[in-house]
Design a protein around this ligand. Structure first.
Ligand SMILES: [Zn+2]
Ligand SMILES: [Zn+2]
Length: 167
């Protein structure tokens, strides 16, 4: 395998491979911004739809979030590390949410614990309809925690962390 290109620059085949895979999974990288154009529940329902609330003209990710006393539609910005959300009513800061698909109500599976709160978990949204844990967007289930990461082919592709914990 070639290690240097014709101009003597080093070739990073894995970066290219990841970039190609990202594009195939609907991840758009433009002008230093990364955003997601498709994401699915484990039953294959699309959560990014043209009629969703928009963020800089891109449709958001539609989720149902349920707290202790009520549930509502929440639209997350599709842009990585963007904290904007569209919703009607504030949950309590630090409230643990049940998050599920607006169409079939399947809950998003727990992927890993998050250390912002003792019971906090990263939930997995799927980047394709195969719905496996290799290609996911993981979001924390705590209201007020903005930590998330994008996982491609089982590796972290990009990550956003909350500055301070939700406690
Ligand atoms: Zn669904
Ligand atoms: Zn968290």
């Amino acid at each position: 395998m070639e290690i240097f290109d014709r101009k003597g620059r080093m070739i990073f085949p894995d970066v290219e491979r990841l970039r190609k895979m990202a594009a195939e999974k609907g991840i758009v990288a433009q002008e230093k911004k990364i955003w997601i154009s498709q994401v699915f529940c484990s039953n294959g329902h699309p959560l990014v739809r043209p009629e969703n609330a928009k963020f800089d003209n891109e449709p958001g990710i539609h989720l149902i979030c349920e707290g202790e006393t009520f549930w509502q539609s929440v639209y997350l910005s599709p842009f990585q590390a963007d904290r904007r959300k569209e919703y009607k009513t504030e949950f309590k800061m630090g409230e643990i949410l049940h998050i599920y698909c607006p169409e079939c109500h399947v809950h998003f599976p727990k992927f890993a614990p998050h250390d912002c709160l003792a019971e906090a978990m990263y939930l997995a949204l799927f980047l394709d309809q195969e719905a496996n844990f290799y290609n996911t967007v993981c979001v924390c289930n705590v209201w007020g925690c903005y930590s998330s990461f994008l996982r491609l082919a089982g590796e972290i592709f990009s990550e956003a962390r909350s500055q301070k914990s939700a406690r």
